[in-house]
Design a protein around this ligand. Structure first.
Ligand code: ARG
Length: 553
């Protein structure tokens, strides 16, 4: 809001600046936003101070502007806000802001979470889930239509190992605990046996071959097991209010994938090796060649991802299709998108985007499902809930769960997806610093202030604002921009950073100034509206992050 206004004023004197050219001055005396003239000075080979003076003297501030004064100081043009006007606009808007509109009529497709259906969701897939869920909510808040996909890889070797375990020990499908946890036990056992006796691999491979080729009995069993696992996932997703539009199974694409292999051969994009495997030639595009059909005629993860991506685009017609996975799949998606383009889907790379994320490290080290040393998000959630009960003396079970789950989500989401997460229990559950409980606590503070008053009059500005009030109003005005930037860069942690800043600004304000017992009635009402706006925006932020906004703690 403020930036747009300053840019508009600069344009009126023929300065075409962009938002990133503006700076926030270090001291209040230097105004609320400034335009440094070094760049212009370089271009025009003139003194920046002279240019700043020139610009400031040319500017005529429009009557209804939220800017009240412009001054040149050194090489900077400094802009000063008229806070009474500004706070009126900001508070009126932010008290009832419920949705933004810039995504209207645009469709987003987002595949996320996609845990392998052989064991419960581990913290790595959980990070994926939280990034995807938060991004989905952010897009939706901005007005986009969002479709959420969960891809079920039911054709991997791991599945075959699990099925082998069922067949070998004649296990009946009757879980005695959360079904995905039950499956993990069976998987770990089966995996141990296969690892000890490598000759058993031929059985595992046979199962895989049979499933890919539609063997009735095997298909029946695999589907049953995978569905059971998904049932377990859904219990976990319920804790975080994660719901998918569609679960798509990899096995659905076996047939179609072979048609694309044929096409690639015909177009001479792929070739057959002496051993009989089919390889796509990606060297002309500076990518390594890749096998797309084994010599026994079975496809690969990549082979099925071709139709899986074409399918989703045809069905949902998104303006952007996002897939989130661990960073070890960067090359996979580069190759995949290139192959789909080579198949004739010209604009595919323009609308498809892969978001890789780095791994989550807990004190135990890197996670691996194959070795059975997985850290399950269900366990992390349960642990968090227990700790909340102890630490914050929360008796209500549901409330403790909401605080615990939120704390874990925040800890994983606040870090840039490009960077590793180091999980530290003490920090995650802290009421101070950049942590979930601190944000929720700030929200409850707003709530409890507002609950204490019966009536609040519409006072949206005050003659002279203190520094803390100014800071808060400026931050509130920034919220729509933060949403826009998170969407531009596909980085939900921007919202986390913002929520932390807003919470800190609010607490600084509240610790220094009285609200309900303010000096005058007018001031009290003005500050109550400030609390109202903060509560609304904080609540929206928590929702966008995927956290629960609780009323008490
Ligand atoms: N299940 C895979 C994993 O756990 C992620 C699937 C990614 N999606 C895709 N369409 N390839 O890493």
């Amino acid at each position: 809001m403020l930036e747009d206004e300053v840019l508009k004023i600069l344009r009126s004197v023929d300065i075409k600046a962009k938002e990133e050219n503006l700076e926030t001055p270090p001291q209040e005396e230097l105004g609320d936003l400034s335009f440094p003239c070094f760049q212009l000075a370089k271009e025009q080979k003139r003194n920046p101070q002279v240019i700043a003076n020139e610009i400031a003297s040319k500017i005529k501030i429009p009557k209804n502007s939220v800017i009240e004064k412009v001054e040149a100081k050194g090489a900077y043009v400094n802009f000063f806000l008229d806070y009474s006007k500004f706070s009126k606009i900001v508070l009126k808007n932010m008290i009832r802001l419920n949705k933004l509109k810039f995504g209207r009529n645009k469709k987003i497709l987002i595949e996320y979470s996609s845990p392998n259906p052989i064991h419960p969701i581990h913290v790595g897939s959980a990070r994926n889930t939280f990034i995807g869920e938060s991004l989905s909510r952010i897009f939706q808040f901005a007005g986009y239509t969002v479709n959420r996909l969960c891809y079920i890889n039911d054709l991997g070797k791991q599945i075959a190992v699990l099925v082998y375990g069922f067949l070998k020990n004649k296990i009946k499908i009757k879980p005695n605990k959360k079904p995905d946890h039950w499956l993990l036990d069976i998987y770990i056992d089966a995996n141990k046996i296969v690892n000890k006796n490598p000759e058993l691999n031929k059985h595992v491979e046979k199962i895989l071959y049979q499933y890919e080729n539609g063997d009735k009995e095997i298909s029946f069993l695999v589907k049953k097991i995978v569905n059971l696992c998904i049932k377990g996932f859904k219990e976990t997703y319920n804790l975080t209010n994660t719901k998918f539009t569609e679960y798509i199974w990899e096995s659905k694409f076996v047939k179609e994938s072979k048609k694309y292999v044929e096409q690639l051969l015909k177009k001479k994009i792929a070739f057959k090796t002496a051993e009989g495997a089919i390889v796509v030639n990606l060297q002309p595009y500076n990518l390594p060649n890749t096998v797309i059909l084994r010599s026994d005629g079975t496809g690969l993860y990549l082979t099925r991802d071709i139709p899986s991506h074409i399918y989703r685009i045809k069905k949902y017609k998104p303006s952007l299709s996002i897939t989130i996975t661990g960073e070890d799949q960067k090359l996979h998606f580069k190759q995949l998108f290139k192959i789909i383009e080579l198949l004739g889907f010209k604009k595919f790379s323009n609308i498809s985007h892969h978001i890789p994320y780095a791994y989550v490290t807990l004190p135990e080290g890197k996670l691996s499902s194959r070795r059975g040393r997985v850290i399950l998000i269900d366990d992390v959630f349960a642990e968090a809930k227990k700790a909340v009960k102890q630490k914050f003396k929360v008796k209500d079970d549901k409330l403790a769960e909401k605080i615990g789950v939120s704390a874990v989500i925040y800890a994983l989401l606040k870090i840039d997806p490009d960077k590793q997460v180091m999980f530290n229990w003490d920090e995650v559950l802290s009421l101070h610093g950049n942590n979930g409980p601190y944000l929720q606590y700030t929200y409850t503070r707003c709530s409890s202030i507002l609950k204490k008053v019966k009536k609040c009059e519409n006072v949206f500005s005050f003659k002279s604002l203190n520094e803390e009030e100014k800071k808060l109003i400026k931050l509130l005005s920034n919220f729509p921009k933060v949403v826009q930037q998170a969407i531009r860069d596909l980085k939900p942690h921007y919202v986390c950073n913002y929520t932390y800043d807003l919470s800190t600004a609010f607490n600084n304000f509240y610790e220094k100034h009285r609200v309900i017992n303010a000096e005058t009635n007018e001031l009290k009402n003005f500050r109550l509206n400030l609390v109202k706006a903060t509560k609304n925006i904080l609540g929206k932020c928590l929702e966008l992050i995927g956290m629960y906004a609780v009323e008490k703690m």
